[in-house]
Design a protein around this ligand. Structure first.
Ligand code: THU
Length: 302
């Protein structure tokens, strides 16, 4: 059954992120057992926008992560699963779907929270959407009992939508295999990489050197360019393999990765049977990237 999100963004999402948000919406409805075709008006904005809405509607002059405004008012303490026929009252014949209401998400707030919790911005955006949709379905978190019920539903929905988690050991193995294809007759330093994209695809790469030394390409960037040229725009994790020393990515690769990855992205390195782990944010703090830097450059300072 099609589920609709009428999506409007001051801070646009990539097509891949939009697809994930649709899955999150679907999973939130399923967690409540809603089988009606439903839609929400979702606006992805920044802290200043959400602060203005918060002030106007709730007289709270503070930014926040998510605000939701339900169309349906459910009977006391009841939610959509208790009174499914209430959904019919918000049926919009033009959309041929139930209008659940409006949700505002601050991408700026979400990105700070993702860093705090150490997960991806995508996971945070999906979680906030799930939270907002549950509000539109009558849930609240005023009492501890309500809070626990809502949290359980959130977890169910996040599990159901199944954001793929990185398989660290599998990725390290693929990076070691990719190292075998290295073309490094000048440095004799083979490197292999394995990159995981947001939708769970894996891309490997090796370093490719050139007689004109400066034209050499690192393993990480080979994997990155392979993924981007196949249409991917968000990365979840990278594994890098070499011999004799820990192959932490060079500065150029850190910058290139930060174009497509959150600061929280894990970086696994392996050499001679050893492994270490860090994050892109630890290796490249205060990055000049779409997520954390370029908006300031464009005059949209956060
Ligand atoms: N290299 C990589 O593949 N990744 C890095 O992050 C650092 C360096 C390669 C480039 C060159 O082929 C060789 O290692 C020696 O610098």
């Amino acid at each position: 059954m099609p589920l609709l999100i009428d999506y409007l963004a001051c801070f646009p999402l990539s097509k891949e992120d939009e697809r994930l948000m649709m899955r999150a919406f679907d999973a939130a409805l399923a967690a409540e057992g809603v089988s009606h075709v439903c839609y929400v008006s979702l606006t992805v904005c920044d802290d200043a926008n959400i602060q203005a809405i918060n002030k106007q509607t709730r007289h709270i002059d503070q930014p926040t992560d998510v605000l939701s405004f339900p169309t349906i008012s459910y009977p006391d303490k009841q939610t959509a699963k208790d009174v499914p026929w209430f959904l019919q009252s918000a049926f919009n014949p033009d959309e041929k779907a139930v209008d659940l209401g409006e949700i505002f998400i601050s991408k700026e707030h979400a990105s700070k929270q993702a860093q705090t919790y150490g997960h991806s911005l995508q996971r945070e955006l999906c979680y906030l959407l799930v939270h907002g949709v549950l509000h539109l379905l009558g849930h609240d978190h005023i009492t501890s009992k309500e809070k626990a019920t809502m949290r359980t539903k959130e977890e169910q929905a996040m599990k159901k939508m199944g954001l793929p988690e990185p398989d660290k050991n599998g990725m390290l193995k693929l990076a070691i295999e990719a190292m075998e294809n290295s073309y490094s007759p000048y440095s004799h330093f083979p490197v292999g990489a394995c990159l995981l994209t947001q939708d769970g695809s894996l891309y490997t790469g090796c370093n490719i050197e050139n007689a004109s030394y400066g034209l050499s390409n690192c393993a990480e960037r080979t994997a990155c360019f392979k993924a981007v040229s196949e249409g991917h725009r968000r990365f979840q994790a990278i594994a890098i393999a070499a011999k004799n020393t820990a192959p932490w990515p060079c500065g150029a690769c850190r910058q290139v990765l930060s174009e497509f990855a959150p600061a929280s992205m894990p970086i696994y390195v392996t050499w001679d049977g050893n492994t270490l782990e860090s994050t892109l944010g630890q290796l490249l703090p205060h990055a000049f990237s779409p997520e954390y830097g370029i908006d300031a450059f464009l005059g949209k300072e956060k």
